[in-house]
Design a protein around this ligand. Structure first.
Ligand code: HEC
Ligand SMILES: [Cu+2]
Length: 356
């Protein structure tokens, strides 16, 4: 069932305009150095769960808007028609007690309206929560951390961070991505408005949601649950890739063999510093001794466009600035400054730049 009718098309356009303003405000939250983000417009859904929720909210808005218009017009009519006039005789009007028809009407009609709203909501909740997983479904485990996202792809055997990749889902041959939502510390909320509704990540209570984006592109979102100081800088980035691009990305993420003889002297020195300091306790780099899980997996750091959950562009300068003092970019971040010397910073940065 689709709720959009001719009239709601106009409404859709109007809301899209309003939504553009909302999302413009939202984009300001993105750092100027991050790549150009695309819309986070909640009125431009592009995936089945987001479509369903959008349709339902338009339907509810239409019903409640109609009630509002009727009640407000009657109120206005009564206030004007029966206002106090100059020649008012100040006598009470005729009092009427009890009308079976009226009382029946204002009991039955609201009950019917509530039933309709209940049924349509239940239908959407069912469609979103109990969706079947067709063959070819991608499974991703999303783990919310203060203040970044961990993405595990158990089917493919790798872990990445902060930039989710999912394939486009062709409605004729759907390949949705199901997300299992977990938290490593406190409550977070996964919300990419154009893909699906908000779903919380709660410690010890696995939740799930799914997306089947209809178009390739970059979809942005935001942790929607206050989870600590840097909640506002816990941005979500989902890259929706064509099937071929997605497969290429998966293959690249699965690579662990790296030829360290090809590293420059500076990068080798950086590698030594990295492995000699606490970096290895918090970060994993597949194929090396670094297997920390407290911070983002850095195996393919350079395959990401941003660092620190979308807050800064992934460039040599930002990486150096980040390692020197994470709090300068993200106050309250749980990565400490390691007080490296300038030379060590240059070396570590050179090493990080080799993690393709
Ligand atoms: C106590 C644990 C801890 C230590 C030690 C640590 N980090 Fe981190 N690191 C983190 C956390 C947590 C984040 C995510 C911060 C955020 O986005 O809020 C992070 C983020 C990063 C990022 C950005 C990754 C991304 O994809 O966003 C890089 C690069 C990085 N750390 C490098 C290093 C280097 C190099 C060292 C050693 C000099 C180091 N870290 C030491 C915990 C740590
Ligand atoms: Cu959060």
């Amino acid at each position: 069932m689709k709720f959009a009718s001719g009239n709601s098309l106009k409404l859709r356009r109007l809301l899209r305009f309003g939504g553009a303003w909302l999302s413009a405000a939202c984009c300001l939250a993105q750092s100027a150095s991050a790549p150009t983000p695309t819309s986070t417009n909640i009125f431009a859904p592009n995936s089945t769960p987001a479509d369903e929720i959008f349709g339902l909210s338009m339907f509810v808005l239409a019903v409640t808007g109609t009630i509002f218009a009727i009640v407000f017009s009657l109120l206005l009519y009564a206030a004007i028609k029966f206002r106090k006039r100059a020649n008012d005789d100040l006598r009470e009007p005729l009092q009427i007690y009890g009308s079976d028809q009226l009382e029946m009407a204002w009991t039955v009609i609201p009950v019917l309206i509530v039933i309709v709203l209940f049924m349509t909501s239940a239908r959407v909740i069912h469609a979103v929560q109990d969706a079947r997983r067709p063959p070819g479904t991608i499974e991703v485990t999303v783990i919310g951390h203060q203040f970044w996202w961990e993405y595990r792809y158990p089917q493919y055997g790798f872990v990445t961070a902060n930039e989710l990749h999912v394939p486009v889902s062709d409605p004729g041959h759907p390949t949705p991505t199901f997300l299992k939502l977990l938290s490593a510390d406190t409550d977070h909320s996964f919300w990419i408005p154009r893909l699906a509704g908000k779903t919380d990540l709660i410690p010890n209570h696995p939740n799930s949601t799914w997306v089947d984006p209809h178009e390739a592109g970059l979809y942005l979102g935001q942790c929607a649950q206050y989870c600590g100081t840097q909640h506002a800088k816990m941005l979500l980035r989902a890259s929706v890739d064509s099937r071929a691009d997605f497969d290429r990305w998966v293959q690249a993420q699965q690579q662990i063999a790296r030829d360290e003889s090809a590293l420059s002297a500076e990068a080798l020195e950086g590698r030594r510093v990295f492995h000699a300091t606490a970096c290895v306790n918090c970060h994993a780099i597949a194929g090396t001794k670094a297997d920390g899980r407290f911070g983002p997996d850095l195996t393919h750091l350079m395959s990401r466009e941003t660092i620190a959950s979308g807050v800064a562009g992934n460039t040599a300068a930002e990486l150096r600035r980040w390692v020197q003092n994470p709090a300068a970019i993200k106050p309250g971040s749980l990565m400490p400054s390691m007080n490296l010397t300038d030379t060590e910073l240059d070396e570590v940065t050179a090493y990080l730049l080799t993690l393709h």
